[in-house]
Design a protein around this ligand. Sequence first.
Ligand SMILES: O=P(O)(O)OC[C@@]1(O)O[C@H](CO)[C@@H](O)[C@@H]1O
Length: 363
Amino acid sequence: MRDTPEELLVGTPGRYAREVFHDRHPTLIERVAAAHPYGEAQRSALRALLDESLTGEVRGLPGDAPDWADWDAWDRGYFGRPWAEVPFLWAESYFYRRILDAVDYFRAGPWQGVDPFAPMKAAELADPALDRDFAWVLSLPSSADGLDAVVRASVFGNRADISFRLQEPDAAWSDELLLDDTSRLALALPGSVCVVVDNGGREIMADLVLANWLLDTGRADRVTLHVKPMPYYVSDATASDVDDACARLGRPLDPRIAVRTHWFWCAPLDFRAMPADLADDLRGHRVVLVKGDLNYRRLVGDRDWDPTTPFAAAAVDLGVPVVALRTCKSEVVVGLDGATVAWLDAAEPRWRVSGRHGLVQAR
Ligand SMILES: O=P(O)(O)OC[C@@]1(O)O[C@H](CO)[C@@H](O)[C@@H]1O
């Protein structure tokens, strides 16, 4: 029996989490400050948050925050500690929550309920290249080749996340799957499919193509899309981002597709802490597709895993078949064979974080 490895921390020198905080976040904060005509109060709160997260200690939410009690319960002694010593998963999630605080997202006033990332998401959807990139959707076969195509599009749509592109703006490679369990997805169908959604824009457009294809070919009888309850990780999809993606695709949401959300999706916890009501909801489906890098980190645990650890040993048992569709954009990866890892380590030092490689992993 393998030991569970240590959680990844924000400040470990030479590790990816530190890069995210020190290289990506300054650009992110600049972009958010410029996204709306915020006043000096919001802009200086954003700058203060960045400084705090780079050199200071984790401050709590203001007492009037609607989710103050939630964060108090999720604190494992991190408030008051240097950000550098806090687990990456917790700290990053809290950083996004604090962005909402800095821009007065929950406070009565002109910015209440205004998504700070909306202009960045809108710009992605306005890209005329999307018309060309989604033209293939019109000629999809209903055979297994069709399934391969829609699954791959959903996996590599995950490269498009905006926070990632702040650091890797030119990430455009051929689509390479390190592992492909699409056949196990096919075996789990037909039935109802749940998608734990990640990003809006290009990624959810691809997810909608996948959902529509599953429904149109009779592989699925209903699809549930679980989206974020609030703006998160820049481009993570909320319900309104699903609407926008449907409009961009030119196909209204199929009545067999339900959009749901849950507070847990923005909690700084891995899937071992999933509350019973949400776990019951997921178990009501034949198969659950877990999209994206962050959801992968939450599924297996944001830990310093040996990449040859079997996926089934690391991924939490949700009591329902799970298929993770993800491009590798953080250090966490499991389920690979030793030869592949040795080859990647030698050929491509940043293979775990570059977004080049994709995974379709079933449990
Ligand atoms: O979940 P997503 O959108 O696929 O990726 C989220 C992400 O951009 O954020 C993390 C670092 O900030 C990484 O895990 C990953 O690159």
